[in-house]
Write a protein that binds this ligand. Sequence first.
Ligand code: SF4
Ligand code: SF4
Length: 483
Amino acid sequence: MIKLSIDGREVEVEPGTTVLEAAATLGIDIPHYCYHPDIGVDGNCRICLVEVNGNTDKLAIGCKFPCGEGMEVETESEAVVKARKGVMEFLLINHPLDCTICDQAGECPLQDYSYHYGTGDSRFAEKKRNKPKHVEFSEKVMFDAERCILCTRCTRFFEEVRDCRPIGVENMGGKSTITTGPNGPIQDPYQMNIIDICPVGALTSRDFRFKQRVWFMDFADTVCPGCSKGCNITAGSYQGKLLRFVPRRNTEVNASWMCDDGRLSYDKYNMPERVRGASVSGDPASFDAARAKITELVGDGQGVAVLASTSQTSEELFAVREWARTARVRDLWHGERTWESDDFLKQADATPNTAGAQALGYASVPSQAPELRGLIVVGDVDVPPALLANLDFLIQQAPQAGELGEAAVVLLPGRNALEKNGHWTNGDGAVQEVRAARDPGPDVPEDWTIWRDLAGVSWTSIAEITKAMGAVSTADAEAVTAS
Ligand code: SF4
Ligand code: SF4
């Protein structure tokens, strides 16, 4: 281990640790643009300058400078503060005054660093350089060349993370710009990650552009329900309507990335058309009446099976299992839904909690399913047609009824994957906390309460069920240090 001091505070780090990384362990945030923890060091932006061993003539870049034994680093010395002001002044020389119309405003490191480390004024009397402002990099990404500070995070993302070069730097000096060159529109299915890592508003999402100011939005840290990878995300909404998903850094699961399909799936969880309240035989009914009907239909549980979605949380599945135990329903099955996987994040299992369901004893539907008297469908699940043959009754509890709803004797509402709290277990076994990003309203109670009431259990919170299951979150996301 190497011992050094940063701003007078001692720290011990592994050999090879950079000054920027060592400072972060002390909670000292050295400003940076081109450095990103999940792509390599480049050292081009120079905003991370630090003073090492009192050398004020030759400041070092913290993102690349390795820690040494006995080193004394200053991140706020007079020389550093002056140099940072100079770097900010250069970065802003040609940067347009776009903040009032820029999607990045409110979450822009250029704004933040300008406020914290800039001079507050400019000595630049010449005309700012004009560059193209609406360059369609693809159907998903828009580029504004004037706002770009040429940190090259975007080009290095493709080169280092995706092993391709759909964009690059063209020209030299003040004429330098990012371009797709002769390649045509970017095709990569993970391309929208460059929007998140662009430290200014040069790369914007054509989907989210001009939809809402981020300071008016609500945010929930949760998990993408798109597949069994379980990428950590932050879901953004405005007045209860989901407007975007962005990845949240978790080095154990998805680093700082997510696929474009998962990212752009947010709108389907807004669900204007959905099941609200309970109904029996197609007529609105009280939840008491629906429960009484379920108890009557299920009877002694013989010939009745549960088919549950693997988008349900483990707590919800546990509550269903508890009811099934009291109702003597023995067959607990889980649904399956697949899509095309890739060699990066996307998994073939297009649901988030198959592992959690299996850990609770839910099995795949047997190829030779027994003849059923009744089927209870829980959550958003594809039902094999063979299970529906010769049924006396169907009970459905789901956010949307689909075609099954018409056949259901009892229909109960359900919360969708962005409206749930609890845990999902991803395909690698990481138990991850899921938090609701929107509230569908009082006529859509939390799923677990429906099964708790049916089972006659006294749980009063999700936390009680989590405790009863012995589940723990093993993959809490780290804060994104460089978005
Ligand atoms: S577009 Fe953004 S990420 Fe790419 S070089 Fe410019 S500032 Fe950096
Ligand atoms: S890889 Fe899967 S979990 Fe990750 S963003 Fe895509 S769909 Fe969502």
